[in-house]
Write a protein that binds this ligand. Structure first.
Ligand SMILES: Cc1cc2nc3c(=O)[nH]c(=O)nc-3n(C[C@H](O)[C@H](O)[C@H](O)COP(=O)(O)OP(=O)(O)OC[C@H]3O[C@@H](n4cnc5c(N)ncnc54)[C@H](O)[C@@H]3O)c2cc1C
Length: 398
């Protein structure tokens, strides 16, 4: 349905052409070397894909969440890693975009656009993954500055970013309500980047730990209000989760296309395996899953762009539904390929490894289901008050 929107179709075509011209021939190299593709980042910057949500007045692309998802899906069909590059840059800018004041936006977002700066998002810690409230990094006020101490892990683009949107406790007694957001420059004294993680997927886009030892940042770098960090992190992830859905859809589309083409070529029992009923059922299920997932992504994006109330629920649904779908579809695609699916020389095993990561980052799928359940309980309680209170109270429960 969303494919029918003219502006979306035009952007899809533009990205598809860019991917064919620039990205495709480098995918294997990025995968094998696991080196950060600086040349590619430059191309993405020039196209505006690394400033997607930043308004034009700061030098950005000036796009919507729908545009964000469109770019991510198209890129992910060929390289989930490069789609992650687009995602993490957007996630890093969102705290400033949503909660920064005008001067901060001009300074940080202007710098990102003009000087092609990369920005990471440093939330997770060794003891605080899903449980963001147990973050231990401390930020102490020191007059006109704050001094940060602590450690972050799994920071995507760690070591290659110029800035990090970082979250630390300004009031450790208040749990998640004591969290505050800061922009920390990568060259700040006391910031040390750990060894690059050797990940199963998303090769080429590094993740590292960051250790902060008495890192002093000016109060100008404090984003939003003190104690607002948890809300800033959640509002940010709320807007980026559909993009993880879009990345998953892109991965699954690639698997579906490869599986279908292989099944048409591969002959067994005297005919292409694509003509065997058992194979057709697998291919049809894959295609229907991709289509359903894609529609969920763009509905969530549309609702976020429109500021609709139920956007949070749809955003979390898009994240877990699409990434679970991508995991299943890539595994099924390997099945269609038979023994050839198990060879590292074929792209399917990469798609399967990349899909696994989409189920975990930006909040695991268990956490997304929790978000959805909380939202539907709230919504249904409202319905209950409006329509069913009388009926339910009259029911005999015993
Ligand atoms: C490749 C990669 C890139 C990443 N990039 C970033 C980044 O740029 N910035 C950043 O801040 N973080 C990043 N992360 C971290 C990621 O967001 C966390 O790994 C994720 O939120 C889960 O945290 P955890 O690993 O500590 O797992 P845990 O929270 O310890 O969870 C372990 C398991 O327990 C389950 N679980 C936990 N709590 C509950 C619950 N209440 N109910 C049911 N099950 C539960 C989880 O679902 C999971 O299966 C990245 C991770 C990866 C793998």
């Amino acid at each position: 349905m969303f494919d029918l929107i003219e502006s979306k179709r035009a952007l899809t075509e533009e990205v598809a052409n860019f991917v064919q011209e620039i990205v495709v021939e480098k995918v294997k190299e990025i995968e094998e070397t696991d080196e950060f593709p600086w040349f590619m980042a430059e191309h993405f910057f020039k196209r505006g894909y690394l400033t997607l949500l930043i308004p034009k007045k700061y030098g950005g692309f000036g796009g919507t969440i729908m545009d964000f998802c469109t770019v991510v899906e198209e890129v992910a069909k060929y390289s989930a890693s490069l789609a992650l590059l687009v995602i993490v840059q957007t996630v890093g800018t969102l705290p400033i975009l949503l909660f920064g004041n005008e001067k901060q936006k001009k300074a940080f977002l202007g710098d990102i656009c003009a000087n092609h700066r990369l920005i990471g998002f440093a939330l997770t810690e060794p003891r605080a993954g899903s449980d963001v409230g147990s973050i231990q990094m401390i930020a102490k006020n020191n007059g006109s500055t704050h001094i940060l101490n602590g450690k972050k892990v799994f920071v995507t683009n760690g070591g290659v970013s110029h800035l990090y949107s970082t979250f630390a406790k300004t009031n450790p007694r208040r749990g998640k309500r004591g969290l505050t957001a800061f922009v920390v420059p990568a060259d700040a004294d006391g910031l040390m980047v750990g060894k690059k993680d050797d990940k199963i997927g998303m090769r080429g886009i590094p993740s590292t730990s960051l250790s902060l030892k008495n890192v002093e940042v000016p109060n100008f770098n404090l984003i939003g209000k003190k104690g607002e960090g948890f809300r800033i992190a959640m509002e940010t992830l709320n807007r980026s989760r559909p993009a993880i859905g879009a990345q998953s859809v892109g991965i699954a589309e690639a698997a579906l296309e490869l599986a279908t083409l292989f099944a048409m070529k591969r002959q067994q029992f005297g005919k292409p395996i694509a003509k065997l009923e058992g194979m057709q059922f697998i291919l049809a299920d894959m295609a229907a899953s991709v289509e359903a997932a894609r529609n969920l992504v763009y509905k969530a994006a549309y609702y976020l762009d429109q500021g609709k109330k139920t956007a949070t629920k749809l955003s979390a649904m898009a994240k877990f539904f699409c990434s679970d779908m991508a995991m299943k579809v890539t595994i099924d695609a390997v099945q269609v390929f038979g023994g050839y699916g198990c060879l590292k020389s074929r792209p399917l095993e990469r798609l399967m490894r990349d899909a696994k990561i989409t189920q975990i980052y930006e909040g695991t799928n268990q956490i997304q289901r929790f978000v959805v359940a909380e939202q539907i309980i709230k919504e249904h309680l409202e319905t209950y008050d409006r329509y069913f209170r009388k009926e339910l109270e009259e029911m005999a429960w015993e």
